[in-house]
Design a protein around this ligand. Sequence first.
Ligand SMILES: [Mn+2]
Length: 333
Amino acid sequence: MTGSEAPMDVPVPPASLFGWPGCQHVSPEIGALCAIGAPTDHGNVISRGASRGPAAIRRASLQLPELRLDGLDIGDVDRSDGPDPQRYLDRIAAVTQRIRERGLCPLLLGGDHSITYAPVSTLHRSRELCLIWFDAHTDFSPWSGQNFHNHKQVLRRISKLGGVSRIVQIGYRGITAGDERSLGAKSVVVTTSCARELDAQALLALVPYALPCYISIDIDVIDPLWAPGTSAPVPDGLLPDQLKGMLQTLVRHREILGVDLVEVNPVLDLEAATSRVAADLLHGIAEHWVHQRLRRSAPAGDAAFEAFAVAPVACETTRHGHPDPIQGARNAI
Ligand SMILES: [Mn+2]
């Protein structure tokens, strides 16, 4: 037992993300965020505990200021029919599909990173999309055919999906054994050192305006000093505020199809610090979600939303003399 986490054999009172209601009590506004837990460990057989992430994030979220806009929390994807990973991913995909059909935006709480295959596997069928992958690792390891749904190779598998037109990986450290550095022609890798220098315009230049986005956040993109409760921590990560700023930029200026936050492992956490960081990142997204709602009602071609649609002229250094992040990203792959 660590920190303020409850002992694992004691039931914890249920909590919902930010105290949001479930769907049985309200008619949600079109475009609202809809949280769903995916408490899995099946993609990480070495260090279990991420299955306790959804509950820990929900508890931590209740300590944050109330949000002006409500979302929903419809609970966890049912696991009662056994441990088969493929069946569970199929169920997550089906729930994601139903959430989208109701005009809501899925917000998945992991769980290990293998769950991300499920929402993207259904979202890519209806629209081409850009996948934004915040992670200390590339998750592009080859697989042997066994344990196919492994969190270390999930991005490689997702990259094969036809509707995934662009992959922007942000936060790779470049110091992890076994991580593939080349993610293919439609991908770009922005290392953490380059990501620290990305301003809003440089970030948006990596993400085509015409493509809706799916955002996947592995909590290990954050420095382990701030987020120690994760199974594969890597030193020298982003500060929580740096990531929060990037997420808010994306929510304000790009269409978001779905979000997940994965790999929070309460068993390894310290005073629930990691759950609190995770909840605060989601709070930052929810705080700016009004921009997604406005986007739905804005006329096509609204100048306010296209302000960042044009990529800036590439330069070799930023005005502060730091290496150009996009060039840095090319160097990393
Ligand atoms: Mn990772």
